[in-house]
Design a protein around this ligand. Structure first.
Ligand SMILES: [Zn+2]
Length: 176
């Protein structure tokens, strides 16, 4: 039988990084679904007038909009890539010697797709991938207290919705 707590740490890693990356988490769960032991669903903010307004850019010229959109695409790619990596990293910090869960392979595949989105050159992708990995591991360790709290609550209740997650993380992240 799979270790429920390992799954909870794995999903908590995804969830905490998703919130820090400002992805909009809908729900995170360790309730088995299809062939997966746990899962997280989230949405990215779209590149639209609201995104520009949040940066104080209500009135922008056409050329400026293209530049902003490039920045947005990079942010979206990096935010998703780090979120995808965080599950395996959290699981490894929690139980360094345990075998990796089957979700980890799927995550790595998705990470490689985001890397293709971010960098065309194969050599560049390798270095970029290492950088994203280092950044993600640093964040997971820095916010480990939040990962623990989310994992514990997942073990107790199986599912947490996005709003609850943000409320839970607020005070912990402020203190980190
Ligand atoms: Zn995962």
């Amino acid at each position: 039988m799979e270790d429920l707590t390992s799954t909870a740490y794995h999903e908590a890693g995804h969830a905490v990084i998703a919130v820090l990356e400002k992805l909009s988490v809908i729900r995170v769960s360790i309730e088995p679904c299809d062939e997966m032991l746990g899962h997280i669903t989230y949405d990215t903010f779209h590149f639209n007038d609201e995104y520009c307004a949040a940066r104080g850019l209500e009135r922008i010229e056409r050329g400026e909009r293209e530049i902003l959109q490039l920045g947005w695409e990079r942010w979206r790619g990096e935010a998703n890539a780090r979120t995808v990596l965080a599950g395996e990293i959290a699981e490894r910090i929690y139980a360094p010697d345990a075998p990796r869960s089957n979700g980890a392979d799927r995550d790595l595949h998705r990470f490689s797709l985001w890397l293709i989105e971010l960098a065309l050159d194969r050599g560049e992708r390798e270095v970029y991938g290492q950088l994203l990995r280092m950044q993600t591991e640093r964040q997971v360790r820095k916010y480990w207290r939040a990962v623990e709290c989310v994992a514990q609550r997942l073990v107790e209740r199986k599912t947490i919705d996005g709003a609850e997650l943000v409320t839970m993380m607020g005070p912990i992240c402020a203190a980190a």
